[in-house]
Design a protein around this ligand. Sequence first.
Ligand code: AHR
Length: 309
Amino acid sequence: IALAGTSATFSAFAAKPLVIGFSQVGAESEWRTANTVSIKDAAKKAGVTLKFADAQQRQENQVKAIRSFIAQRVDIIAFSPVVESGWDTVLREAKAARIPVILTDRDVNVADKSLYVTLIGSDFVEEGRRAGRWLVEHAKKTPGKVLNVVELQGTVGSAPAIDRKAGFEEVTKGNPQLKLLRTQTGEFTRAKGKEVMEAFLKAHGKDINVLYSHNDDMAIGAIQAIEEAGLKPGKDIVIVSIDAVKGAFEAMMQGKLNVTVECSPLLGPQLMQAAKDVAAGKPVTRRIVTEERVFPAEVAAKEFPTRKY
Ligand code: AHR
């Protein structure tokens, strides 16, 4: 009896687990699925109570989720914003409720930067530059030849779509060997990537030399469209993509994709650490950038066994 009483006394004073409300974009890609797994696993390992909400690619669902986290008085709100703009009001509400906000993966465009504590994730502009640099080097192998490029953009208004386009343009603009024929959104999904590539092929057929895809899922969808059109992906049409998910490595090993620029979805451990630091009142840097590499097809078979997503 005495022991039971003692342990009850202790548990009454035990630290309460940290509660994080997390609003995820959706499940649009292999990358996103790996990101969700990373966050859920890291929360479990860190002893954090995670309230997880899937926004199904809709900003209004994310706003609703954030308001519900405020009403539930979670300790920290974290989210990966589907688009960049339109967050001022709801983030001001979180600030008024004194709930710190951490961004993961994607940035927001707000006038008052104090509305969030930190952004953990990739440098998307640099990813676009890396894709562009690879293509510039590739073009040098056929001096004087003009390569017609089509581009599959990510979700309209999202940070990765805006930044990957900008970074790629920065290093390819003015290059006389590279001509952008068409650019359109494929919404970061395989189905839409295939559909839009079909339309590109209908309009330009064999004139297309290069596909630049803002993520691997759209590239994989486009590969299907290219094959169905009787062309060889990776050869007739060179494919430059971003993410470095396992599906891209498989495509590279089959000779159907030429290069993928890494964008790591494994942000869970960094999010848990930052959340704990913020809750403990420790200083946290405004920007935590993920380290990433470029994987051309030549290294795919060697690197594949080590890939975690
Ligand atoms: O924000 C990261 C991007 O979102 C990934 O590149 C893409 O696959 C995902 O849907």
